[in-house]
Write a protein that binds this ligand. Sequence first.
Ligand code: 5GP
Ligand code: MG
Ligand code: MN
Length: 329
Amino acid sequence: ERFLQVCDVELTEEVRRCLKTPTFDNWQWEDAEMLLLLQLMFLDLELVSEFGVERRALRRLLLRVYARYNHIPFHNFQHCFCVSQMMYGLICITDLRSKMEHIDLLAMLTSSVCHDLDHPGYNNAYQINARTELALRYNDISPLENHHCAVAFELLEEHESNIFRNLTKEQYKRVREGMIKCILATDMGRHNDILASFNAILPTFDFRNREHTDVLMMIMIKVSDISNEARPMQVAEPWLDCLLQEFFSQSDVEKLEGLPVSPFMDRDKVSRSSSQVNFIRHVLLPLFVALATLFPALQEQLVEPVSKALEYYSTMEQALQQHGGTGRQ
Ligand code: 5GP
Ligand code: MG
Ligand code: MN
């Protein structure tokens, strides 16, 4: 509790403005400062005033969330912060406050904060192949995402950290449904299906249609979740190192345990550039382009930086190939 009160970030206008854009640099901030900035996002979207969220409960929830992210290379509290910050930025840039029900925005921002809670650093394929407790508990169905969501509601059930305690029954039901939908949608195994449903409704998208906004909510958290490459190069590059470090430790363990190894995680098969060229071309860009069709302002803010990153990594990849390397770096 004191942690947050003691910390005195200077919230200048410049910081507040930057917090709304994808250019925000997470690496400049201490954990305590990021906790304060997360609070600021809830306040600034007026979710606190609108839904009677108690400041103490919000602070307590964020501290409990902080404690339930693990100290692992990628899926840590800093990643939680980045995804939440991107979600906040997207909501601001697209002016979603004037387009969607605010209870859905509350669900989206809270989901972002909670979306990788207690991530163990090994993905669903590992959980399933290694028959871990999580895979057994959730019958191999999105074991990690089910776990993140269950932990989220475990924290929200505690009275002191229940930011939803002043909601009506209907509002609570709605926010819980929204959060479950959003967090479960972050399973990349469902990527193609979710993107296909979004592309199918895009030509007739209607903000008054609940089915449409439900898909949009899923797309928004997915975009936020995998948005590192939309950030400036000096912010994005360290994240790639973190991700590959976590991937490589998983594949090392899989080799030791005689489990199947995903090629995109194998340190003998993957380079920084090959990994990013494939991911950006086949996963990131199609997703971002779809969202930018609905919100043209995102063309400049998201699609262009990602296209630049693709160019950068393609050039690097070509140079590697020409030098006849093994593709390793
Ligand atoms: P998360 O693991 O954060 O729950 O879901 C996002 C997943 O998308 C990551 O685990 C990873 O597999 C993939 N991903 C996100 N960002 C990148 C990236 O920059 N490069 C690559 N190759 N994969 C990414
Ligand atoms: Mg996840
Ligand atoms: Mn994530």
